[in-house]
Ligand binder design. Structure first.
Ligand code: ATP
Length: 274
């Protein structure tokens, strides 16, 4: 397995099927909170989607339902281009990165990244090359024997990303992964995620509160609205520029931030009318 594995490009006549389709998904918690109401979203392979929205609009709930970590009250999730396993999830796995790195403090970096493979019954010896490969892609190959307490916040988050990628998933779900990090570390990790996305062709759904982060990273922004959680706007973000430090100071980036910001303000304004 290689992170840089590329799939043969489909012929132009064959219409690519979406990776995941949320069809009118609603979620009502036992407390009565309507976290999501009729959310529909079609995710194409290779997209980098940001779910942007105010606190409580159901971003995490949507991500958790896609990952099979929670059930929808109604509606359904389809995986049109994947074989489905007995849990109703696509074969080939989904990588999930939480807001906290959620590492086991008693395990080394290597041991933490090994966990998803261990759970699949892969021996340490068999897993070793893959673990070192994925650690290299996040710049941590020198830290395989370190313990989480020896790492900075950004490094811990890189371990968490490596753990999510070790099974070579088609879909990477990231729930506000960099919200707790300082701005410089956050920018570095944004660049790392973009590099991984480009190198692997993986599909990413990235939850964030940050207009700037969503405008920097994504090629599509889905803005959500609260009470009840639903899609407010869904627009592509295309640029001919490389997303790097020059992009951050470009007019295109400024315009992308303005578009996302205006949409978010509308979404919040709409929520406040209730
Ligand atoms: N397990 C739960 N039980 C009851 N209510 C819940 C539960 N999880 C989330 N909620 C409620 O559902 C709504 C949506 O929550 P969710 O965490 O999905 O929003 P969010 O957009 O990710 O928010 P944030 O950006 O603050 O993380 C909120 O009102 C929240 O309080």
């Amino acid at each position: 397995m290689s992170l840089a594995e590329t799939k043969a490009a489909p012929s132009k006549e064959i219409r690519k099927r979406p990776l995941v389709v949320m069809q009118s998904v609603s979620k009502v918690f036992s407390s009565g909170t309507i976290a999501l109401s009729g959310m529909s979203l079609t995710v194409e392979s290779g997209e980098f989607i940001s779910l942007l929205g105010p606190s409580g609009c159901g971003k995490s709930t949507a991500l958790r339902i896609i990952a099979g970590l929670g059930d929808a009250t109604s509606g359904k999730i389809d995986w049109p281009s994947s074989r489905i396993n007995s849990k109703g999830l696509p074969e080939g796995d989904i990588g999930f990165v939480f807001q906290e790195p959620t590492l086991m403090p008693w395990k080394t970096v290597f041991g933490n990244v090994y966990l998803p493979l261990k759970l699949r019954g892969v021996s340490k010896a068999e897993a070793s090359a893959r673990i070192m490969e994925v650690l290299a892609t996040v710049g941590l190959e020198e830290f395989a024997d370190a313990y989480p307490r020896e790492l900075s916040g950004g490094m811990k988050m890189r371990v968490s990303i490596a753990r999510a990628l070790v099974t070579n998933p088609k879909l990477l779900l990231m729930d506000e992964p960099f919200a707790a990090l300082d701005e410089i570390t956050r920018q570095k990790l944004n660049d790392d995620v973009l590099r991984l996305w480009k190198a692997t062709g993986i599909t990413v759904i990235f939850v964030t509160h940050s207009v700037f982060e969503s405008a920097y990273l994504s090629n599509r922004i889905v803005v959500m609205k609260a009470r009840p959680g639903r899609v407010h706007a869904d627009f592509p973000l295309t640029t001919s520029l490389e997303r790097d430090s020059h992009y951050r100071t470009s007019e295109e980036y400024r315009q992308a931030c303005e578009t996302a910001s205006r949409s978010l303000i509308e979404a919040i304004g709409g929520a406040e009318e209730h």
